[in-house]
Design a binder for this molecule. Structure first.
Ligand SMILES: Cc1cc2nc3c(=O)[nH]c(=O)nc-3n(C[C@H](O)[C@H](O)[C@H](O)COP(=O)(O)OP(=O)(O)OC[C@H]3O[C@@H](n4cnc5c(N)ncnc54)[C@H](O)[C@@H]3O)c2cc1C
Length: 492
């Protein structure tokens, strides 16, 4: 008898009667699962949505709610921006690379306006106004924000247009996306079974996936899927063993998840021969306030800048963790600090203040000559509105004046929607890699052929990305490829 720790598939021949049968079984009720279940049911299939928690939502409901959409959405147009699918794809290939999934990115960009409309048809509201400053999530209900498109080097790669669309909500908006998708799922008659944890796939004699074995209130519960199983179980940041195996640089950091990203869906699929992709990649929510670094600088342990500070902060986080081992400091002066309104500072305060770069360097343990040289070079060029090293927009450039302050990212942040100090390693992370899928969500095996009867979407898969990450691409590719996976599963 298999136990919860065993991920190997169960033979269908071993199961005398299934507890329940359906056409399409979707496992995991976050944004990807909701989108998949909706489309499968809308295609006329009988759909069962299985969820381990007592309600749907997943990490999706906790999210900022940014959804990466472009190509000329009504919100972009109302805010005065021209955009097209080609420019959107160019940006995504650069920002999510190297070697982002070209086929997925191209399709996603081409159908982005239609996906926006699909979300609006499901009742997801977006306000046609722009939040025009670097941030994680606008503190207002503005519906549009930049995601680094207007920062170097992307300004030289694609025509900039803001593409972060956030459902109308002050600060975090993932709850609203899930509220509307949950209503949509109910409206098309999807059966939802909560408190049920899928542990193993059920395999036919020909290697085809026929259902799942789950645990429900301590008992085994079996589900037969007549057409297909869709795995939308999220990533694996909560599984320490998997992190150590695949993404060791993410070990020891705060986790950006609902606590259920244990990678079980990925493991169950691997156990039937599924391939995985980009498992070492991670989103790094570095604990800093984007508006502060844009007005100041971020330096490494040598006191040197290493990235343009007005880009998407997750890219700053990736550079800080993967290239600087999180040995980084935010440097700012009083005018820069005061320019960021208090509600946007998320509890961040200067921890060290000094009259000279050398004194500040001594306080934070970086080479005094290094920090002095960095500030002198920055100031000399900033006075002329230039940044020859990292090309920060002249909008943010101004010589920094004493007293100088240093902020330790390890002191954490306190976003309005979260409790606690967030103090820790300086970063909250989640995994980006996962199952290797086609644009229709078919899960591929090591030969590059679809595993019969098995589909997946969301963070259980490797979506648009390889290594890079831009906020909005997770709720974006989860819902977009979730829809495609659900439709394809229903058509089996
Ligand atoms: C604080 C925070 C802010 C974020 N902000 C953004 C943002 O603004 N934009 C963006 O794009 N992304 C954001 N993200 C990331 C994004 O929320 C996730 O990557 C995305 O929601 C993943 O969607 P999903 O449907 O794949 O997984 P989830 O939403 O996590 O859903 C997976 C579901 O599967 C269930 N499950 C797991 N295993 C099993 C099992 N074995 N059996 C049954 N059920 C199972 C889980 O309980 C969960 O409900 C943020 C994340 C966090 C935590």
């Amino acid at each position: 008898m298999a136990t919860d720790r065993t991920v190997m598939p169960r033979a269908a021949s071993e199961i005398r009667t299934f507890d329940v049968e359906t056409d399409v079984l979707v496992v995991g009720y976050g944004c990807a699962g909701a989108a998949a279940a909706f489309e499968a049911a809308s295609s006329g299939a009988q759909v069962l949505l299985l969820e381990r928690a007592s309600a749907g939502g997943g990490s999706s409901a906790l999210a900022g709610g940014e959804i990466y959409l472009g190509g000329g959405t009504p919100i972009q147009r109302a805010c005065g921006f021209d955009d097209d699918a080609e420019e959107m794809a160019k940006f995504l290939l650069a920002a999510l690379g190297p070697d982002a999934d070209r086929e997925k990115v191209t399709l996603y960009a081409e159908q982005s306006v239609r996906h926006f409309e699909w979300l609006v048809e499901r009742g997801v509201p977006f306000k046609p106004s722009l939040w025009d400053s670097p941030t994680w999530v606008p503190p207002t209900d503005d519906g549009l924000m930049w995601m680094g498109e207007n920062s170097w080097p992307f300004t030289e790669i694609a025509k900039p247009a803001p593409r972060g669309h956030r459902p109308t909500s002050n600060d975090f908006g993932g709850w609203l996306l899930m509220k509307q998708l949950t209503a949509a799922v109910a409206a098309v008659g999807v059966d939802v079974l909560c408190d049920t944890y899928a542990t193993n796939l059920v395999e036919g004699s020909g290697g085809d996936v026929l259902g799942v074995v789950a645990r429900r209130y301590g008992m085994e519960y079996t589900v037969r899927a007549r057409r297909a199983v869709v795995l939308t179980t999220g990533g694996f940041v909560d599984n320490e063993e998997m992190l150590a195996l695949h993404a060791p640089q993410l070990v020891g950091h705060n986790k950006n998840s609902d606590g259920s990203d244990d990678g079980r869906g990925i493991l169950m699929a691997q156990a039937v021969g599924a391939a995985v992709k980009h498992m070492s990649a991670g989103q790094i929510g570095i604990s800093l306030v984007p508006g502060l670094i844009a007005r100041g600088m971020i330096v490494n342990g040598q006191g040197q800048r290493f990235i343009t500070e007005d880009t998407y902060p997750g890219l700053v986080g990736q550079a800080a963790l993967y290239r600087q081992n999180m040995d980084v400091w935010v440097i700012i002066d009083e005018q820069g600090y005061e320019a960021v309104p208090e509600p946007e500072r998320w509890g961040v305060r200067p921890y060290h203040v000094a009259g000279t770069p050398e004194e500040l360097a001594a306080l934070i343990g970086v080479p005094p000559a290094g920090l002095r040289a960095t500030i002198d070079v920055y100031n000399e060029h900033a006075a002329r509105g230039q940044d020859p090293l990292f090309h920060k927009s002249d909008r943010w450039l101004r010589p920094l004046v004493p007293p100088f302050a240093a902020i330790d990212v390890k002191m954490g942040l306190r976003p309005p929607s979260e409790s606690g100090s967030g103090r820790g390693s300086g970063a909250s992370v989640f995994t980006i890699g996962g199952l290797h899928t086609t644009v229709d969500g078919e899960v591929l095996n090591l030969d590059g052929r679809p595993v019969p009867g098995l589909f997946a979407a969301g963070r259980a898969t490797s979506g648009l990305h390889s290594w890079g990450y831009i906020s909005g691409t997770s709720l974006g590719d989860g819902t977009f490829f979730g829809r495609r996976a659900g439709a394809a599963a229903a058509s089996m």
